[in-house]
Design a protein around this ligand. Structure first.
Ligand SMILES: Cc1ncc(COP(=O)(O)O)c(C=O)c1O
Length: 404
């Protein structure tokens, strides 16, 4: 008889976004005249920019002509895209990453969930708390996380690194040495970053202990401060300990188009095996490539016009982020993030729980955000607002919160 993968049964229900939707629906049904403003989602709202749209149209036309039609893409992705990535995201930043160390994919969610497959199930992972849930859940599915301890809201075999106000929402080295370390900067949900010296310490730590860092750089385009690294490969020695994940979702608005990439340097070996070879094997066996049309649009992101346009997109959202950050500060809230990230992390007032504050904001200001407790136990007492709405709605939402 067929048996299921029991590890899936260990996953606690993900009530966060369904609970939010349920509460919002109930409120809307009871108060149809109220205009709800949503600053909770991590999805973008601005349309794709003209250069990207033109490139998509051109690529569709190529598919209509037998002379330019394309079938399956090369395993690692088209070289026109990998070369553009290597040049703009790495070489121009002084990082030595070759095009054949870049694996094109359909986004960072899949890669961040799938990358654990190339490691033994015996490895122990460390994650930040609060955390983007995919890192933990994908390791639970693989049987690497142990059992869920519901009273502590944590898995028995995962090392949680608390990110709190006291440590500036940046993790400290854990007591127990992890084999795999997930880091994400700029961070979702806290919006925190680490400077180059701090990231260098993690790289040195991983090299010393033989650990591998999985570095999620999905929000790299939002960095505005000079000493915040855009890539972990800006740190010395990162090529022997780090894998880096990128997404086109938040910099270029590709959440619905789907494109991302993963970098695995050829120097990165464990047990005498190149991790690059393992991921190449996995990629060629289980994945057939991001669509040609989308990879062409990805290339357009790296053209001078594309780069200018996406700076405009990021600038639009960061204007929202500043408005939220400054407005809430003026209103007396304790807030962080929002400078190098599209997320604002605010401390709930009067020791309210994250969910109590959610209800308060929904009913009194008709604004929807995300309770911090949904990202891990150390998110309790915090609340995430995103800068991905329209400027008009953002201004209105903040002005309403100020009047509470
Ligand atoms: C930290 C982090 N990594 C990865 C992703 C997923 O990115 P993609 O749209 O490329 O799958 C998100 C999306 O919200 C994210 O917050």
């Amino acid at each position: 008889m067929t048996r299921i993968n029991n590890n899936y049964l260990k996953l606690p229900g993900s009530y966060l976004f369904s609970n939010i939707a349920k509460k919002v629906n109930e409120f809307t049904a009871a108060n149809p005249d109220k205009k709800i403003i949503r600053l909770g989602i991590g999805d973008v709202t601005r349309p794709l920019t003209p250069t990207i749209i033109r490139s998509l149209h051109d690529a569709v036309d190529e598919m209509a002509d037998e002379k330019t039609f394309k079938g399956y893409a090369p395993d690692l992705g088209y070289s026109f895209l990998r070369e553009a990535i290597a040049r703009v995201d790495y070489k121009e930043r002084g990082c030595d990453i070759a095009p054949d160390e870049i694996f094109v994919s359909d986004g960072a969610k899949c890669d961040s969930g799938n990358i654990q497959e190339i490691f033994s199930v015996d490895n122990k992972i460390a994650v930040c708390d609060p955390v983007y849930p995919v890192y933990v859940d994908s390791n639970v599915m693989a049987g690497r996380a142990g059992d869920y301890i519901s009273s502590e809201e944590r898995f028995s075999n995962v090392i949680y690194m608390p990110c709190t106000e006291d440590n500036g929402f940046a993790p400290e080295f854990p007591e127990e040495t992890p084999d795999i370390i997930y880091l994400c900067f700029p961070n979702n949900p806290t919006g925190a970053t680490v400077n180059k010296d701090a990231l260098q310490k993690w790289v040195d730590y991983a090299n010393k202990n033989g650990s591998v860092i999985i570095y999620d750089a999905a929000y790299e385009a939002y960095i505005s401060e000079d000493d915040v690294p855009h890539s972990i490969y800006e740190c010395t020695g990162a090529k022997t300990c780090a894998i880096e994940l990128h997404s086109f979702s938040k910099n270029a608005g590709f959440t619905g188009v789907r494109l991302g990439y993963t970098v695995i340097p050829k120097e990165l070996e464990r047990d005498g095996v190149k991790l690059h070879s393992l991921w190449a094997r996995r990629h060629s066996t289980k994945y057939n490539g991001a669509p040609y049309i989308v990879q062409k649009a990805g290339k357009a992101v790296y053209s001078p016009e594309g780069q200018n346009e996406i700076k405009g997109l990021v600038g639009y959202y960061m204007k929202n982020a500043s408005y939220i950050l400054n407005g809430l500060k003026e209103a007396g809230f304790t807030v962080s993030g929002g400078v190098n990230a599209p997320y604002i992390w605010l401390k709930t007032p009067q020791n309210m729980t994250s969910w109590d504050f959610f209800d308060h904001l929904l009913t009194k200001a008709n604004v929807v955000g995300t309770p911090g407790s949904g990202f891990g136990p150390h998110g309790e007492g915090y609340f995430r607002l995103t800068a991905f709405g329209s400027y008009e709605n953002t201004v209105e939402a903040v002005d309403r919160i100020k009047k509470l």
